[in-house]
Design a protein around this ligand. Structure first.
Ligand SMILES: [Fe+2]
Length: 505
């Protein structure tokens, strides 16, 4: 559990923090895992903690807080974990009478606003996000949460990713799932908000609705891809059992219990035209894998090129059970790889079945037409490039890019995490890290008047695994991938999942 400190405190640091960095790094992740005598069973169910590093005039200040969500307040009041989560069942509040408990079982709506995954900025509004239908608003100065937004009310979405993507024109895209008899994936966008707009999410627009291949077993997804003209929806074979999902109100299934991985099934890939909202009729597939995170995507030589962090299977979800983390009882060898897929946008009429129709310079990825017209893709896998939590220069969103920044490891996630700079064309990595630390998702900030893609710095929080070493915020030169400064955080801080840099805040 974090030591909450709402006052901005100045951090001691070594090295030189570039004076051109003027803004705030906000980080989100699970920060409290116990309530009363109970302990969360899965990493994803820890109560959200928000961390704020303010960088100005070559100095850095820090504050943090546990997100004051409805779920947090209910757990605190009940002194136990009563709210549902990723791998947590919902328990009735012991403070309620037996009758109100009975009826609340059928009527109450347990809060699912423990938004512990990521953050989003829309104009001058900030939000903490998870994968449910609820986002919590955040005050960027005080970290208080003045309210929440229920996306079900706006676009009838029951889940949405915590990985929105911002287009070069300022539109923010996200994707979610609408469960029902005809379960579908929903793509929406929010135009750049006017100055002073109090709630940009109210301007949300539906771009496209894509029916799930199996309506009762829709795919789980954590992120998506975006090129200049297309949204990329990867329907992977980790599926949600909608019947179990519905039964959660009556039987204590967790959300994790509703998920099943089917290695015998293919990944289905859908392309949606961003400007027309139309889904391409061409179907694409590839062999089964599991992913949390897309990297960047772009179009080249009449193809859609997109990179993902692909696992052979979905065992990572079980590996992140708290008991498995504690005992290191994890599935070794299930390492994710940088994986590139190339989807041809036009198929020559005379191409034969089984004939490769992708010939992208520098890539070994292939794609071939099948007898039913489907195009089956074989990705390029960079077997020595084990990465997670990838980021890139977001000025290159949807455009051809060369570099990603990520964490890398040799055995399993949450052990020996180091930072890596990846050449996404070759899989070559530069690695930076220190023993006894877990490096966090690196956030790239371009330098003013940047000319090259990697002109800028990397910010990453480092969690100490030894009591005698402080947690740190490190700043690396992105081009040379060498340290230029490190700031000491005076209290232990937990591992964070994702974060954003807000210029001028
Ligand atoms: Fe994520």
């Amino acid at each position: 559990m974090i030591s909450s400190s709402l006052d901005l405190i100045s951090l001691a640091f070594a090295g030189e923090i570039p004076k051109w960095i003027n803004g705030s790094l906000y980080r989100n992740g699970p920060g409290k895992f116990k309530q009363g005598g109970e302990v969360c069973s899965h990493l994803f169910d820890g109560m959200s903690a928000i961390h704020h590093f303010s960088l100005q005039d070559g100095c850095v200040q820090y504050q943090n807080t546990l997100l004051n969500s409805d779920a947090f307040r209910m757990n605190e009041a009940a002194r136990r974990l009563i709210c549902p989560g990723f791998a947590a069942v919902s328990y009735p509040d012991p403070c309620k009478s037996i009758f109100s408990r009975y009826f609340s079982y059928f009527t109450s709506k347990p809060p699912n606003d423990n938004c512990s995954v990521n953050l989003m900025q829309l104009g001058d509004q900030f939000y903490a996000m998870t994968e449910t239908n609820t986002v919590r608003k955040i005050d960027p100065k005080t970290l208080e949460t003045p309210g929440k937004v229920d996306m079900t009310a706006i676009l009838s979405m029951h889940m949405a990713t915590a990985h929105p993507l911002v287009d070069v024109n300022g539109d923010t895209y996200n994707m979610g799932t609408r469960f029902g008899k005809d379960t579908s994936y929903v793509i929406m966008k929010v135009p750049p908000p006017e100055p002073g707009c109090a709630e940009p999410l109210e301007n949300r627009q539906l771009v496209c609705s894509v029916p799930a291949h199996r309506p009762s077993y829709p795919s789980y997804f954590h992120s998506f891809g975006m090129t200049e003209n297309y949204i990329i929806l990867v329907e992977q074979p980790l599926v949600t059992n909608v019947f179990k999902l519905l039964a959660r109100r009556f039987i204590n299934f967790t959300y994790k219990d509703t998920l099943n991985f089917h290695p015998e099934e293919r990944v289905r890939i859908h392309l949606v035209n961003k400007s027309t909202g139309e889904r391409l009729t061409q179907s694409y597939t590839t062999d089964a894998f599991f992913l949390f995170h897309h990297l960047n995507s772009y179009e080249e030589d009449n193809c859609v090129v997109f990179d993902v962090v692909a696992y052979p299977n979905a065992d990572i979800i079980e590996d992140l059970m708290m008991e498995n983390i504690r005992t290191e009882k994890v599935s070794l060898g299930n390492l994710p790889q940088l994986t590139r897929l190339v989807l041809p946008l036009n198929t020559p009429a005379d191409v034969g079945v089984g004939e490769n129709i992708v010939n992208l310079a520098g890539s070994t990825a292939t794609a071939a037409k099948e007898s039913d017209g489907n195009i089956h893709c074989v990705p390029q896998r960079f077997s020595d490039c084990c990465i997670e939590l990838p980021r890139w220069n977001e000025k290159f969103n949807g455009k051809k890019y060369k570099f990603a920044y990520a964490v890398t490891y040799k055995e399993y996630l949450l052990k020996d995490l180091k930072l890596s700079k990846v050449n996404v064309d070759t899989g070559e990595m530069k690695v930076w890290g220190e023993d006894d630390y877990l490096a966090g998702e690196p956030v790239f900030i371009p330098s003013p008047n940047a000319v090259e893609e990697d002109d800028g710095v990397i910010l990453s929080p480092l969690v100490s695994v030894r009591e005698d070493k402080p947690c740190l915020l490190v700043i690396l030169d992105a081009k040379t991938f060498t340290e230029i400064a490190r700031a000491r955080i005076p209290s232990w801080t937990p591992f964070t999942l994702h974060g954003i840099f807000a210029e001028g805040y």
